[in-house]
Write a new protein. Structure first.
Ligand code: NDP
Length: 446
């Protein structure tokens, strides 16, 4: 599908951003879909929209010094990439994980531009984080790190400029420490500067559940479009963090059975269905490892190091991290009878894997569309903060559900309109891109 002009732009992007392989992968996936769009909209080439969209508006890299429990000084690197603000203030999470470097933050920020456009809400795209590893750290160490991180970040964020949230390694505890430090430095109680806050101090009901629930709502729509449903389906969900937990919860509510989940140590298989209250206790309260699930569920088995995608299932929900589904994994899933894949994580399937899913014509929901419920509910949190209001769980969940239905509908219809029926990669990339591109043309060369 690549045309010559797009191939030139892609080569420029890789040359300008050497070594940032995840960013190249994310750009390639979008550009591959845009040939037919450029043919219909010559004005985008004239305004150099694609070249501009691939260049972040601002990239901030900073030192994060902190003192550990043994009184040793530690130094990490902090990032915030403010990618595109055509549709609203930059919006996107913060990731704390040792694998973080500029290329990861840029891939996530780039994806976020189109994902946020898909929600239909007024938010631009950005992402940030640090190579800090929260695993095994005490609460005091986490607090000191978060305070140091915010001591630099505070000058770049704001309700109308940039509104970070959580991602891998950043949940309610970390958002709390960062919000506290922002408030202390600025002497202002500005709820709208971060989302994912606690319910007593400006947070929104459903934000915790939103990414997982939203991904399941998206898959439900894909199944519905094929005259099917979750009822009685066997599912596998990778990860056991925020996204995975609420994905499992919603699948069980809709009559499916999740038989496996994982962390970076391996996966657990429970043929009776994962007991979610045990996983919640283990992960949300005790901050333990999934392996420990077998201590209380003797019939379940823990598989160290193997691929969770070897477990036969009808629905697969990759909800851990990028490139976790290889071409080999995708092939295995299809062979085992998988009919739907919904990506809770960002870019969890390698390009080879995506090709296999598309060729097999299974219902494949890319992360950009399927996991947009998290950021959409963050935008609902911003709405509540702006009006100093708080909505009920039922009302917020209904709004989330409607947003996910609309995202599905728009992706589905756009894919048809551009000659690739059933291809949600094409649908999501083109629909998201068009919204941002039109806004950029309207605003002139900035
Ligand atoms: P959490 O930190 O809560 O959980 C991450 C889970 O994935 C953990 O079980 C973790 O295991 C596992 N994991 C992380 N990195 C790896 C790795 N390299 N190899 C194997 N397993 C890994 O993060 P979230 O649930 O918030 O995020 C999961 C994914 O969803 C990410 O891709 C994120 O970008 C995406 N996402 C999150 C949103 C949100 O609202 N939170 C919104 C949209 C997308 P371990 O503990 O062993 O590291």
């Amino acid at each position: 599908m690549y045309n010559e002009k797009l191939a030139i732009i892609y080569d420029e992007v890789t040359a300008r951003n050497p070594g940032e392989v995840e960013f190249h992968q994310a750009v390639n996936e979008v550009l591959e879909c845009l040939g037919p769009v450029l043919a219909r909209h010559p004005e985008f080439a004239q305004h150099k929209i694609i070249r501009r969209i691939c260049e972040p508006e601002r990239q901030i890299i900073f030192r994060v010094p902190w003192v550990d429990d043994s009184h040793e000084v530690q130094i990490n690197r902090g990032f915030r990439v403010e990618f595109n603000s055509a549709l609203g203030p930059y919006k996107g999470g913060l990731r704390f994980h040792p694998s973080v470097y500029l290329g990861i933050i840029k891939f996530l920020g780039f994806e976020q531009i189109f994902k946020n456009a898909l929600t239909g809400l007024p938010i631009g795209g950005g992402k940030g984080g640090s190579d800090f590893d929260p695993k095994g750290k005490s609460d005091g160490e986490i607090m000191r790190f978060c305070q140091s991180f915010m001591t630099e970040l505070y000058r770049h964020i704001g309700e109308y400029t940039d509104v970070p949230a959580g991602d891998i390694g950043v949940g309610g505890r970390e958002i709390g420490f960062m919000f506290g430090q922002y408030k202390r430095i600025t002497n202002r109680y500005e709820s709208g500067i971060l989302t994912g806050k606690g319910l007593d101090w400006g947070g929104s009901l459903v934000r915790t559940e939103a990414t997982g629930y939203g991904s399941v709502y998206f898959v439900e729509e894909m199944l519905k479009a094929r005259g099917d449903s979750f009822d009685g389906k066997t599912a596998v969900v990778s990860g056991s963090g925020n996204v995975a937990i609420y994905t499992i919860e919603k699948i069980h509510e809709l009559g499916g059975k999740v038989v496996a989940c994982s962390d970076s140590g391996g996966y657990i298989y429970d043929e009776k269905g994962i007991d979610l209250s045990s996983i919640k206790l283990l992960k949300e309260i005790q901050r333990g490892r999934v392996e420990e699930y077998t201590d209380t569920h003797k019939h379940a088995k823990f598989v160290k190091g193997g691929s969770i995608w070897d477990v036969p299932c009808e629905v697969a929900m990759p909800s851990a991290t990028e490139n976790e589904v290889s071409g080999k994994d995708a092939k295995k899933l299809v062979e085992n009878g998988c009919i739907a894949v919904g990506e809770g994580a960002n870019m969890p399937t390698t390009p080879e894997g995506v090709k296999i899913f598309l060729e097999a014509k299974i219902a494949y929901g890319p992360g950009k569309a399927a996991n947009a419920g998290g950021v959409a509910t963050s935008a609902l949190e911003m709405q509540q903060n702006a009006s100093r209001d708080s909505w009920t769980f039922e009302y917020t969940d209904r709004r989330l559900h409607t947003i996910m239905r609309n995202i599905h509908k728009n992706c589905f219809e756009t894919a048809e309109e551009y000659g690739s029926p059933g291809n949600y990669v094409v649908g999501s990339n083109i629909y998201g891109f068009l919204k941002v591109a039109h806004a950029m043309v309207a605003m002139g060369v900035i």
